[in-house]
Design a protein around this ligand. Structure first.
Ligand code: SF4
Length: 287
């Protein structure tokens, strides 16, 4: 090869190196200063190829010892975190299938994760059978629940008990809990931050119970499980999927106390639940 051809080739190589350096791909190349040869390096020896390249055939074996080349690091990979991203809320909940309700209650402790702890009397974790195939999820404790530490024990709770019994079940057969475990002052709706802080415990309860059917009582429960802002009227009485569990939203018993005419709709919804659970569907209405 002539001297002028060598110079041209060297210049082209330098331009190519500069181009890749401008792209931030310099780590693909051995530093020019690290060459042990005083001769201008040939492209074949100076440009280290990514080990995963599929475009070029393997170089022929040579008896010459190849120059030491720094380990290749793909710049894109170098920017990736070495540790896996933390699991999502749902992944974390999915791992907790073997958790017992008692373990989840222990983990909740005397919770101060949101400001509702400042006004509560008792945490209302949940009540019922750990083997329940039917779970009712409400919004949050009211005054009676806050005083007793049990869910749905006030007027709305008594109506829920009647509905459960009308289905041919008893309260201890099912599990009842709420989105938030502490009473919002004045029975206001829980705020988004309060729901965010408390709902992971609800998800863990559901994963521990693995129920056949979840009945959401009211908009807050339905919206929390579906992560939706849609009105409950769009979905009331429809079967929905909550991470593999069958879920059916219906009206909250407190709403039925104010609007008794809606009981007929709720009873239709509960009859769907009864059919799903293999219970005898009765023709009578819930009182
Ligand atoms: S509502 Fe839930 S997150 Fe907030 S303090 Fe009570 S138990 Fe903790």
């Amino acid at each position: 090869m002539s001297e002028s051809a060598d110079i041209t080739r060297s210049q082209k190589l330098k331009q190519r190196l500069r181009f890749y350096e401008d792209l931030g791909l310099a780590p693909f190349y051995r530093e020019r200063g690290s060459s042990r040869s005083s001769q201008p390096p040939s492209p074949a020896s100076s440009v280290a190829k990514p080990s995963h390249s599929i475009e070029e055939p393997p170089l022929p074996k040579s008896s010459l010892k190849p120059p030491d080349v720094p380990p290749l690091v793909c710049p894109a990979k170098a920017l990736l975190p070495l540790t896996p991203a933390p699991p999502s809320l749902f992944e974390a909940a999915n791992r907790s299938h073997s958790e017992t309700l008692l373990q989840i209650r222990d983990d909740l402790g005397e919770c101060t994760r949101c400001k509702l702890h400042t006004t509560r009397n008792k945490i209302v974790f949940g009540d019922g059978s750990p083997q329940a195939k039917l779970v009712f999820v409400g919004e949050g404790p009211g005054a009676d629940e806050d005083a007793q530490g049990l869910p749905f024990v006030g007027r709305a709770g008594k109506l829920l008990t009647q509905m459960i019994e009308a289905m041919g079940l008893a309260r201890p057969d099912v599990y009842i809990c709420n989105v938030v475990k502490c009473r919002p002052p004045g029975n206001r709706q829980p705020e988004p931050g309060e729901v965010e802080a408390c709902s992971p415990f609800l998800f863990r309860q559901l994963d521990s119970l693995q129920p056949k059917v979840i009945v959401c009582l009211g908009a807050t429960a339905f919206q929390t499980l579906l992560q939706s802002n849609r009105s409950i009227s769009h979905f009331r009485g429809q079967w929905l999927d909550f991470r593999g569990y069958k879920m059916l939203p219906t009206y909250h018993p407190a709403y039925l106390l104010r609007n008794p005419a809606a009981k007929a709709d709720v009873w239709k919804d509960l009859q769907k639940v009864m059919a799903e659970l293999g219970l005898e569907v009765k023709k009578t209405k819930a009182k």
